[in-house]
Design a protein around this ligand. Structure first.
Ligand SMILES: CSCC[C@H](N)C(=O)N[C@@H](C)C(=O)N[C@@H](C)C(=O)O
Length: 349
Protein backbone atom coordinates (compact mmCIF):
# COMPACT_ATOMS: atom_id res chain seq x y z
CA UNK A 1 0.00 0.00 0.00
CA UNK A 2 1.40 3.43 -0.84
CA UNK A 3 1.06 6.30 1.60
CA UNK A 4 -2.03 7.73 -0.07
CA UNK A 5 -3.75 4.36 0.13
CA UNK A 6 -2.71 4.11 3.77
CA UNK A 7 -4.25 7.52 4.43
CA UNK A 8 -7.53 6.46 2.79
CA UNK A 9 -7.54 3.35 4.94
CA UNK A 10 -6.99 5.45 8.06
CA UNK A 11 -9.75 7.86 7.02
CA UNK A 12 -12.21 4.97 6.76
CA UNK A 13 -11.21 3.96 10.27
CA UNK A 14 -11.76 7.51 11.49
CA UNK A 15 -15.18 7.65 9.82
CA UNK A 16 -14.40 10.59 7.53
CA UNK A 17 -14.69 10.94 3.74
CA UNK A 18 -11.77 13.26 3.11
CA UNK A 19 -8.70 14.87 4.73
CA UNK A 20 -7.49 18.44 4.36
CA UNK A 21 -3.72 18.22 4.86
CA UNK A 22 -2.00 21.44 5.97
CA UNK A 23 1.06 20.21 7.89
CA UNK A 24 4.08 20.73 5.56
CA UNK A 25 5.80 17.42 6.32
CA UNK A 26 2.54 15.62 5.61
CA UNK A 27 2.02 17.55 2.36
CA UNK A 28 5.52 16.53 1.33
CA UNK A 29 5.13 12.86 2.18
CA UNK A 30 1.90 12.61 0.15
CA UNK A 31 3.16 14.51 -2.90
CA UNK A 32 6.95 14.78 -3.00
CA UNK A 33 6.50 18.57 -3.40
CA UNK A 34 9.60 20.16 -1.87
CA UNK A 35 8.03 23.51 -0.89
CA UNK A 36 5.29 21.98 1.23
CA UNK A 37 4.91 25.03 3.49
CA UNK A 38 3.21 26.64 0.48
CA UNK A 39 1.02 23.66 -0.32
CA UNK A 40 -2.10 21.87 0.92
CA UNK A 41 -3.52 18.52 -0.08
CA UNK A 42 -7.09 17.32 -0.27
CA UNK A 43 -7.39 13.53 -0.09
CA UNK A 44 -10.80 12.02 -0.90
CA UNK A 45 -11.81 8.40 -1.52
CA UNK A 46 -11.07 8.59 -5.23
CA UNK A 47 -8.82 11.61 -5.75
CA UNK A 48 -6.01 13.64 -4.27
CA UNK A 49 -5.03 17.18 -5.25
CA UNK A 50 -2.04 19.34 -4.39
CA UNK A 51 -3.02 22.99 -3.99
CA UNK A 52 -0.25 25.52 -4.40
CA UNK A 53 0.19 28.89 -6.08
CA UNK A 54 1.69 30.15 -9.32
CA UNK A 55 5.17 30.60 -7.86
CA UNK A 56 5.37 26.82 -7.94
CA UNK A 57 3.63 25.87 -11.20
CA UNK A 58 6.71 24.37 -12.83
CA UNK A 59 8.12 22.92 -9.61
CA UNK A 60 4.84 21.26 -8.66
CA UNK A 61 4.49 19.76 -12.15
CA UNK A 62 7.98 18.36 -11.89
CA UNK A 63 7.76 17.06 -8.35
CA UNK A 64 4.22 16.21 -7.40
CA UNK A 65 3.08 12.61 -7.57
CA UNK A 66 -0.56 13.80 -7.60
CA UNK A 67 -2.49 16.29 -9.78
CA UNK A 68 -2.06 19.97 -8.91
CA UNK A 69 -4.43 22.92 -8.82
CA UNK A 70 -2.65 26.25 -9.00
CA UNK A 71 -4.48 29.01 -7.15
CA UNK A 72 -4.47 31.06 -4.00
CA UNK A 73 -7.27 31.17 -1.42
CA UNK A 74 -10.18 31.76 -1.71
CA UNK A 75 -10.06 30.19 -5.18
CA UNK A 76 -8.35 27.14 -3.67
CA UNK A 77 -11.25 26.56 -1.28
CA UNK A 78 -13.85 27.18 -3.98
CA UNK A 79 -12.24 24.54 -6.17
CA UNK A 80 -12.17 22.00 -3.34
CA UNK A 81 -15.74 22.80 -2.22
CA UNK A 82 -17.35 20.52 -4.81
CA UNK A 83 -15.29 17.52 -3.64
CA UNK A 84 -16.11 17.99 0.04
CA UNK A 85 -19.77 19.03 -0.15
CA UNK A 86 -22.04 16.81 1.91
CA UNK A 87 -19.13 14.86 3.41
CA UNK A 88 -17.27 14.59 6.70
CA UNK A 89 -13.90 16.25 6.17
CA UNK A 90 -11.03 15.76 8.58
CA UNK A 91 -8.56 18.57 9.23
CA UNK A 92 -5.23 18.42 11.04
CA UNK A 93 -6.13 19.88 14.40
CA UNK A 94 -2.49 20.05 15.50
CA UNK A 95 -1.57 22.30 12.58
CA UNK A 96 -4.51 24.20 11.16
CA UNK A 97 -4.73 27.66 12.71
CA UNK A 98 -8.00 28.96 14.13
CA UNK A 99 -8.14 31.39 11.20
CA UNK A 100 -7.53 28.54 8.75
CA UNK A 101 -10.41 26.57 10.24
CA UNK A 102 -12.68 29.62 9.98
CA UNK A 103 -11.82 29.87 6.29
CA UNK A 104 -12.75 26.23 5.73
CA UNK A 105 -16.05 26.81 7.57
CA UNK A 106 -16.79 29.85 5.43
CA UNK A 107 -16.02 28.24 2.10
CA UNK A 108 -17.28 24.72 2.75
CA UNK A 109 -20.66 25.30 4.42
CA UNK A 110 -21.90 21.95 3.18
CA UNK A 111 -19.10 19.92 4.73
CA UNK A 112 -18.91 18.64 8.29
CA UNK A 113 -15.44 19.47 9.57
CA UNK A 114 -13.89 16.91 11.91
CA UNK A 115 -10.78 17.56 14.04
CA UNK A 116 -8.23 14.76 13.58
CA UNK A 117 -4.81 14.35 15.10
CA UNK A 118 -1.73 12.54 13.84
CA UNK A 119 -3.30 10.55 10.98
CA UNK A 120 -0.46 11.08 8.51
CA UNK A 121 2.20 11.50 11.22
CA UNK A 122 1.49 7.99 12.44
CA UNK A 123 2.02 6.56 8.96
CA UNK A 124 5.27 8.52 8.63
CA UNK A 125 6.74 6.67 11.63
CA UNK A 126 7.49 3.63 9.46
CA UNK A 127 10.01 4.63 6.83
CA UNK A 128 9.98 3.40 3.23
CA UNK A 129 13.18 2.10 1.63
CA UNK A 130 13.63 5.44 -0.14
CA UNK A 131 13.18 7.41 3.08
CA UNK A 132 15.68 5.20 4.86
CA UNK A 133 18.19 5.77 2.14
CA UNK A 134 17.72 9.52 2.50
CA UNK A 135 18.15 9.43 6.29
CA UNK A 136 21.22 7.21 6.00
CA UNK A 137 22.74 9.66 3.52
CA UNK A 138 22.02 12.59 5.86
CA UNK A 139 23.64 10.77 8.80
CA UNK A 140 26.65 9.65 6.75
CA UNK A 141 27.24 13.28 5.84
CA UNK A 142 26.83 14.38 9.47
CA UNK A 143 29.34 11.74 10.59
CA UNK A 144 31.83 12.92 7.98
CA UNK A 145 31.42 16.60 8.89
CA UNK A 146 31.74 15.87 12.60
CA UNK A 147 34.98 13.94 11.98
CA UNK A 148 36.35 16.83 9.91
CA UNK A 149 35.44 19.47 12.49
CA UNK A 150 36.36 17.54 15.65
CA UNK A 151 40.06 18.64 15.54
CA UNK A 152 39.04 22.32 15.76
CA UNK A 153 37.18 21.79 19.05
CA UNK A 154 39.98 22.94 21.33
CA UNK A 155 40.85 25.62 23.86
CA UNK A 156 40.75 29.17 22.48
CA UNK A 157 38.11 28.49 19.80
CA UNK A 158 34.63 30.07 19.97
CA UNK A 159 31.60 27.78 20.02
CA UNK A 160 30.21 29.83 17.13
CA UNK A 161 33.19 29.08 14.93
CA UNK A 162 32.74 25.36 15.48
CA UNK A 163 29.05 25.67 14.54
CA UNK A 164 29.83 27.81 11.49
CA UNK A 165 32.35 25.27 10.25
CA UNK A 166 29.79 22.49 10.64
CA UNK A 167 27.10 24.50 8.82
CA UNK A 168 29.47 25.54 6.07
CA UNK A 169 30.58 21.97 5.40
CA UNK A 170 26.97 20.76 5.38
CA UNK A 171 26.11 23.52 2.90
CA UNK A 172 29.04 22.66 0.67
CA UNK A 173 27.72 19.10 0.50
CA UNK A 174 24.27 20.29 -0.65
CA UNK A 175 22.63 19.94 2.76
CA UNK A 176 21.64 22.37 5.49
CA UNK A 177 21.82 22.07 9.25
CA UNK A 178 18.70 20.23 10.43
CA UNK A 179 18.48 22.73 13.33
CA UNK A 180 20.65 25.43 14.90
CA UNK A 181 23.88 23.62 15.78
CA UNK A 182 24.27 23.15 19.51
CA UNK A 183 27.81 23.72 20.79
CA UNK A 184 27.67 24.03 24.56
CA UNK A 185 31.01 24.20 26.36
CA UNK A 186 31.89 24.13 30.05
CA UNK A 187 29.03 25.49 32.20
CA UNK A 188 26.92 26.13 29.07
CA UNK A 189 26.73 22.36 28.75
CA UNK A 190 24.06 22.54 31.46
CA UNK A 191 21.70 23.90 28.77
CA UNK A 192 20.37 20.94 26.75
CA UNK A 193 19.71 23.28 23.81
CA UNK A 194 22.65 25.65 24.25
CA UNK A 195 23.03 26.76 20.63
CA UNK A 196 26.55 27.94 19.81
CA UNK A 197 27.50 31.26 21.41
CA UNK A 198 30.53 33.55 21.35
CA UNK A 199 31.94 31.75 24.37
CA UNK A 200 35.55 30.66 23.99
CA UNK A 201 36.18 27.01 24.83
CA UNK A 202 38.64 26.50 27.70
CA UNK A 203 41.01 23.69 28.60
CA UNK A 204 39.54 21.08 30.94
CA UNK A 205 35.99 21.45 29.59
CA UNK A 206 33.46 19.11 28.10
CA UNK A 207 31.79 20.36 24.93
CA UNK A 208 28.41 19.05 23.76
CA UNK A 209 27.88 19.15 20.00
CA UNK A 210 24.37 18.29 18.79
CA UNK A 211 24.00 18.45 15.03
CA UNK A 212 21.95 17.12 12.16
CA UNK A 213 22.07 17.28 8.40
CA UNK A 214 18.96 17.91 6.31
CA UNK A 215 19.55 16.38 2.90
CA UNK A 216 16.80 16.01 0.28
CA UNK A 217 14.26 16.91 2.95
CA UNK A 218 15.28 14.21 5.41
CA UNK A 219 17.06 14.84 8.70
CA UNK A 220 19.66 13.21 10.86
CA UNK A 221 20.31 13.92 14.53
CA UNK A 222 23.34 13.05 16.65
CA UNK A 223 25.11 14.36 19.76
CA UNK A 224 28.62 13.83 20.98
CA UNK A 225 30.20 15.27 24.09
CA UNK A 226 33.93 15.69 23.73
CA UNK A 227 36.70 16.56 26.17
CA UNK A 228 39.13 19.43 25.69
CA UNK A 229 42.14 18.61 27.84
CA UNK A 230 41.50 16.93 31.17
CA UNK A 231 37.97 17.44 32.51
CA UNK A 232 37.24 17.37 36.25
CA UNK A 233 36.64 14.07 38.04
CA UNK A 234 33.01 15.09 38.56
CA UNK A 235 32.36 15.67 34.85
CA UNK A 236 34.13 12.45 33.91
CA UNK A 237 31.86 10.60 36.30
CA UNK A 238 28.81 12.26 34.71
CA UNK A 239 30.07 11.40 31.21
CA UNK A 240 30.51 7.74 32.09
CA UNK A 241 27.05 7.56 33.69
CA UNK A 242 25.42 9.04 30.58
CA UNK A 243 27.40 6.71 28.32
CA UNK A 244 26.30 3.72 30.41
CA UNK A 245 22.66 4.84 30.19
CA UNK A 246 22.93 5.43 26.44
CA UNK A 247 24.54 2.09 25.71
CA UNK A 248 21.99 0.20 27.83
CA UNK A 249 19.05 1.91 26.10
CA UNK A 250 20.54 1.36 22.64
CA UNK A 251 21.10 -2.33 23.42
CA UNK A 252 17.43 -2.71 24.40
CA UNK A 253 16.00 -1.29 21.16
CA UNK A 254 13.90 -3.86 19.30
CA UNK A 255 10.45 -4.08 17.77
CA UNK A 256 7.69 -4.55 20.33
CA UNK A 257 9.58 -2.57 22.98
CA UNK A 258 7.47 0.07 24.71
CA UNK A 259 8.96 3.54 24.37
CA UNK A 260 8.21 4.28 28.02
CA UNK A 261 10.10 1.17 29.09
CA UNK A 262 13.12 2.24 27.07
CA UNK A 263 13.03 5.68 28.66
CA UNK A 264 12.96 4.01 32.09
CA UNK A 265 16.07 1.92 31.34
CA UNK A 266 18.19 5.04 30.80
CA UNK A 267 16.49 7.03 33.54
CA UNK A 268 16.98 4.30 36.16
CA UNK A 269 20.70 4.03 35.38
CA UNK A 270 21.14 7.79 35.71
CA UNK A 271 19.10 7.78 38.93
CA UNK A 272 21.42 5.05 40.23
CA UNK A 273 24.31 7.48 39.73
CA UNK A 274 22.41 10.24 41.56
CA UNK A 275 21.63 11.96 38.24
CA UNK A 276 17.90 11.24 37.95
CA UNK A 277 16.95 14.89 38.41
CA UNK A 278 19.69 15.97 36.02
CA UNK A 279 18.13 14.10 33.06
CA UNK A 280 15.76 16.88 32.11
CA UNK A 281 14.18 15.67 28.86
CA UNK A 282 12.85 12.61 27.10
CA UNK A 283 15.07 9.74 25.97
CA UNK A 284 14.48 10.30 22.28
CA UNK A 285 12.15 10.74 19.33
CA UNK A 286 11.49 9.67 15.78
CA UNK A 287 13.40 11.39 12.96
CA UNK A 288 12.46 11.80 9.30
CA UNK A 289 11.00 14.72 7.39
CA UNK A 290 10.94 16.42 10.81
CA UNK A 291 13.73 16.36 13.37
CA UNK A 292 11.17 15.61 16.06
CA UNK A 293 8.43 13.25 15.01
CA UNK A 294 6.87 10.08 16.33
CA UNK A 295 7.44 7.84 18.12
CA UNK A 296 8.01 9.77 21.34
CA UNK A 297 10.44 8.04 23.70
CA UNK A 298 9.34 9.42 27.04
CA UNK A 299 7.88 8.10 30.26
CA UNK A 300 4.30 9.02 29.35
CA UNK A 301 4.44 7.65 25.79
CA UNK A 302 2.04 4.94 24.65
CA UNK A 303 4.17 4.28 21.57
CA UNK A 304 5.58 0.84 20.84
CA UNK A 305 8.65 0.40 18.62
CA UNK A 306 8.19 -1.27 15.24
CA UNK A 307 10.56 -2.26 12.45
CA UNK A 308 11.16 0.62 10.05
CA UNK A 309 11.11 3.35 12.70
CA UNK A 310 14.11 5.69 12.90
CA UNK A 311 14.68 6.98 16.42
CA UNK A 312 17.22 8.73 18.58
CA UNK A 313 18.49 7.54 21.93
CA UNK A 314 19.87 10.56 23.77
CA UNK A 315 20.11 10.56 27.53
CA UNK A 316 21.81 13.56 29.14
CA UNK A 317 22.70 15.00 32.51
CA UNK A 318 22.77 18.73 33.17
CA UNK A 319 24.27 20.33 36.27
CA UNK A 320 23.48 24.07 36.50
CA UNK A 321 26.62 26.27 36.69
CA UNK A 322 28.82 23.19 36.28
CA UNK A 323 28.26 21.57 32.90
CA UNK A 324 26.49 18.81 31.09
CA UNK A 325 26.73 15.75 28.93
CA UNK A 326 24.48 14.33 26.21
CA UNK A 327 25.24 11.36 23.99
CA UNK A 328 22.88 10.65 21.12
CA UNK A 329 22.73 8.02 18.44
CA UNK A 330 20.39 7.63 15.50
CA UNK A 331 18.96 4.12 15.16
CA UNK A 332 16.84 2.11 12.77
CA UNK A 333 14.51 -0.39 14.42
CA UNK A 334 14.89 -3.63 12.43
CA UNK A 335 12.86 -6.87 12.39
CA UNK A 336 15.36 -8.45 14.77
CA UNK A 337 16.56 -5.53 16.86
CA UNK A 338 18.23 -2.37 15.65
CA UNK A 339 20.98 -0.87 13.55
CA UNK A 340 22.91 2.15 14.76
CA UNK A 341 23.05 4.64 11.89
CA UNK A 342 25.37 7.20 13.52
CA UNK A 343 29.00 6.21 13.52
CA UNK A 344 30.95 9.17 14.93
CA UNK A 345 33.19 7.74 17.66
CA UNK A 346 32.37 8.31 21.32
CA UNK A 347 35.33 9.50 23.30
CA UNK A 348 36.84 7.75 26.26
CA UNK A 349 36.54 10.62 28.73
C1 LIG B 1 15.68 21.98 18.24
S1 LIG B 1 15.93 20.41 17.59
C2 LIG B 1 17.08 19.75 18.72
C3 LIG B 1 17.46 18.38 18.38
C4 LIG B 1 18.14 17.72 19.55
N1 LIG B 1 19.02 16.69 19.10
C5 LIG B 1 17.13 17.08 20.46
O1 LIG B 1 16.36 16.28 20.01
N2 LIG B 1 17.18 17.41 21.73
C6 LIG B 1 16.36 16.74 22.72
C7 LIG B 1 16.91 17.05 24.06
C8 LIG B 1 14.91 17.17 22.62
O2 LIG B 1 14.62 18.29 22.25
N3 LIG B 1 14.01 16.28 22.97
C9 LIG B 1 12.59 16.53 22.92
C10 LIG B 1 11.92 15.46 22.08
C11 LIG B 1 11.99 16.55 24.31
O3 LIG B 1 12.58 16.01 25.25
O4 LIG B 1 10.90 17.08 24.44
Amino acid sequence: MNRLEQVRDALKGAGVDALWVSHPANVRTLTGFTSPADGKVLVTADAATLYTDARYTVQAQQESAIPQFIARPPETYRHAAAAVAGGRVGFEADHLTVAGLEELRTHWPEAELVALSGVVQELRQIKSAGELEAIRAAQTLADRVFAEVRPMIRAGVRELDVALEIENRLRQAGATAAFDVIVASGPRGAMPHGVASERVIEAGELVTVDMGARLNGYNSDMTRTVAVGEPSGEMRRVYRAVLEAEQAAVAAVKPGMRAAELDAIARDILAGHGLGEAFAHSLGHGVGLEVHEGPGLRGTSEDVLAAGMVITIEPGAYLPDVGGVRIEDLLLVTETGHEVLSHAPKEDV
